[in-house]
Ligand binder design. Sequence first.
Ligand code: BT5
Length: 323
Amino acid sequence: MESTRKQLIELLENKRGHISGQELSDQLDISRTAVWKHMKELKKDGYDIEAVQRKGYKIISYPNKISGNTLQWGLDTNWLGSQMHHFEQVESTQAIGHEMAKQGKPHGTVIVADEQVKGKGRMSREWHSPKGKGIWMSILLRPELAPIQAPQLTLLAATVLAELIDERSDLQPQIKWPNDILVNHKKISGILTEMQAEQDQIQYVVIGIGINVNQGLQDIPADLHHKASSLKIESGQEWSIQETVQQILRIFEKRFDQYLSSGFSSVKENWEHYGYRIGEEVTISTMKHSWRAELIGIEPDGALRAKKANGVEEKLYSAEIHW
Ligand code: BT5
């Protein structure tokens, strides 16, 4: 996203020594006062900027804290993240997503928090979201889709995260239907899609994405050790939260636009590429029943297709999978 702020950073970065206020004002075509105001904002966002009389400005160090501004710098999307709201601590970014939707915030608004104290999973389960260790983010969308299509957005988000991990590392991400991203059989990430809809039209959707990024084992509750992990534990290195958020948004925008223009088939293909235990026998359970079946893939509408031992195939819209 081109903004004066972004251009200002680039000018500061590209100059070896100091760059004068006059030069910045000429190049950016803004007043000296405006330059000074931007500098104040940069400092607020954690940039350490040296200002020397008659020489000008120079970046001494970059922020290591995230803000709405730092998340937007270097973000090369067209609409996703055009409004970026960052919070240090929230109960849940989902709740804020709903509030912002009701306030009329636009399609593509993104909410990111350093910490959630009431992070939630599906069916009111808890989502552990420790401070500064992961990506706790909600995306507000206002798509012209029917409510029945909303689950497809969960699958789309899952493919985006799998693609990101695939692009950025040697890890082999897999998607466990419908919303878990696994690496080495452990859950790294979960997605929660919530919507407000009229009978045949979605008003808005809030897609919640939780990714365990830089947790060590000690940052993961003991009762989850057997089934949860983080990108850092699995890859052996720290990941930049800021860059990772930006990459997710870039891939998300691309895949979402593609989905709107050419339908669910591209998502389906991508999903099946990463699908976990496809072709294998698993246990499927709903509130009432539990049975063994072979996972076949997903349907053109996103439902899970499975085959029972007696050969009968079934379509599932909500269920849990175990093995
Ligand atoms: C999910 O639910 O996987 C959806 C998680 C969505 C979290 C995001 S973070 C941003 C946004 N704001 C929110 O408040 N939520 C969204 P589900 O499939 O129901 O899985 C929940 C289960 O995963 C829990 O019951 C635990 O067993 C396990 N779990 C909890 N925290 C975890 C974590 N950090 N990593 C891996 N597993 C976890």
